[in-house]
Design a protein around this ligand. Sequence first.
Ligand code: FES
Ligand SMILES: [Fe+2]
Length: 428
Amino acid sequence: MNSEESQLLSSTTRGTAMGDLFRRFWIPAFLSREVEAGGSPMRLRLLGEDLIAYRSPNGTVGLVREHCAHRGASLYFAKNEDCGLRCLYHGWKYDAEGNCLDMPNEPPASQFKEKVKQPAYPCFEKNGVVMAYLGPAEHKPALPDFEWLTVPPENVYISKRYQDCHWTQGLEGDIDSSHLGFLHGIEAMKKATEHDMMAGSANLVAQGTHPKLEVVHAENGILQGARREADDKNYYWRIGAWLMPCFTILPAFPADAALGGHAWVPVDDNKVWAFGISWHPKRALTQQELAWFHEGTPTGIHSTMIPGSFVAKRNKSNGYAEPDAPGKQPWQKITIFQDQDTAITESIGANFDRKDEFLGNTDIVIAHARRRLTEAAKKLQEGKEPPTDPKGFRKRGVSVILPRETKSWSEAVADQMDTRPETFLPGI
Ligand code: FES
Ligand SMILES: [Fe+2]
């Protein structure tokens, strides 16, 4: 990737090629629990835009530009009234569509309010998350059919975590199967066999340090299969997906464990909101699972948070470790999977020029995903819309033992990956 392409991938602010691409998809914006009916408006930065999220007294959510259309006062100080926000400065009131409902400092006969529009974005709330669409109204797609949006709320847990790195670093960690045996380490993987999620397959993963990675292109993303040795007749396949623009579906965990995935939503060009999503296609999550997710398990995708914030408790300022963690070297002190992922992806920094990388065989999925993203962004500039068909998001992760002679792993698991409850099979 040359510097120019690297730069194209880097910026998602409004008006850039990648910024326009992001603004063709519904993305997670915030968690339902962040805003209270009739409560405080909330400052929120997404794709480099400063916004205000709020929940009206009647319970519906809204997402508008932070600065008032009149003269730019922050709507953080606005009054959260019935049907909208009233700017504190001169009392202009906007509904969730950005219509100006009232302009009390203008003469009563004035029609000026008909001409004023506050930038506002459509929202959709389901299963504890608010999805938003930040693009042009005429290109707004139907909502994506993610399994975590279509199963009952009690089957889903979604966390949100601030991460101090470019959104692609988070994404690329998810689609880089070869880091498992290194970053997370053989010892950690073995320990994981005693714990919740990786029991059973952890040894296979830990020993398979150079998995064979294969890519199958889907209309709106990539399916990836990571093949490791199982025994002399079979391979162990971990199969996941990247879906445009910033969604990952992780390979299934063993047994009847919940499935997992991420949405890597840019705060701006240097930082990312990591939405960690756990769900089960067929059943409610158990109290035990919810407690694990909330606390951040040794092997899971959720972290322990500083209470009342979206900042992980173990973070850059404390070496991603507990104060009394044993070990002489920094890496020895970081023992939780998600902390290891965060530490290493944040360490790359926000602006590492991709022209200075040397991508190897096991970086194939990353290379393909980057190419798909940059191509889709360039095509959009030429007027070709990206694939946003809701059905394209019906994907779930799989982990499975397949006979060595299986010709096409993607065909072998197509039914299992398709998000119909009856096709779900526990992972290996
Ligand atoms: S700046 Fe908001 S009403 Fe004047
Ligand atoms: Fe990882």
